[in-house]
Design a protein around this ligand. Structure first.
Ligand code: FES
Length: 172
């Protein structure tokens, strides 16, 4: 009898502790107004910038661009085959930042294997695989600009999928 009472008391305390822990977990998921404001600020509206027209591009010849502003150089490419993130009638047009994610050296394009290459510490990025790093010191993939094409064939950048080197956020 005494033992059963102790067991019941222990169970009640365990359940009460569990409920308090659950309540605590719920409380941590509710944001304060300050947290909600900070999160809203982290959401960035990127500009929609015209980069070129379909008629301006030649397969495997990079075109220099910048996005979202003049301080952020990039490259626009028509790769000739449908690729990850590719737009246009052939799904083969992509654009990337050319600032190396490692330390910001300027990348150069290799038409031979459709990669962007860093002269600094030799990181390499695959333009056919969304800027995936294939070699080197960088610790993340290359920032790819998100593109769209209108019915006149104008190509627009309207976002970016990674942090552009040197920026704390992708804010202008
Ligand atoms: Fe490009 Fe170091 S700056 S690998």
């Amino acid at each position: 009898m005494k033992c059963k009472k102790l067991v019941d008391t222990g169970r009640r305390q365990f359940l009460r502790g569990s409920m308090m822990a659950t309540a605590g977990a719920v409380a941590t998921t509710v944001m304060t107004p300050e947290q909600a404001k900070a999160r809203a600020l982290a959401r960035v509206d990127m500009p929609v910038n015209r980069l070129a027209n379909l008629a301006d591009l030649t397969v495997n010849e990079p075109m220099d661009i910048s996005y979202p502003d003049d301080e952020s150089p990039g490259v626009l490419l028509k790769l000739g085959e449908p690729v990850e993130g590719g737009v246009g009638p052939d799904g083969d047009i992509v654009a990337f930042s050319v600032l190396c994610p490692h330390k910001g050296w300027m990348l150069s394009y290799s038409a031979e294997d459709k990669s962007l290459n860093c002269p600094g510490h030799h990181s390499r990025f695959d333009c056919e695989a969304g800027g995936q790093q294939i070699w080197g010191h960088a610790t993340n993939n290359l920032a790819q600009f998100l593109l769209s094409v209108d019915d006149k064939g104008d190509i627009y950048a309207n976002g970016v999928d990674e942090l552009i080197y040197g920026r704390l956020s992708n804010v202008l």
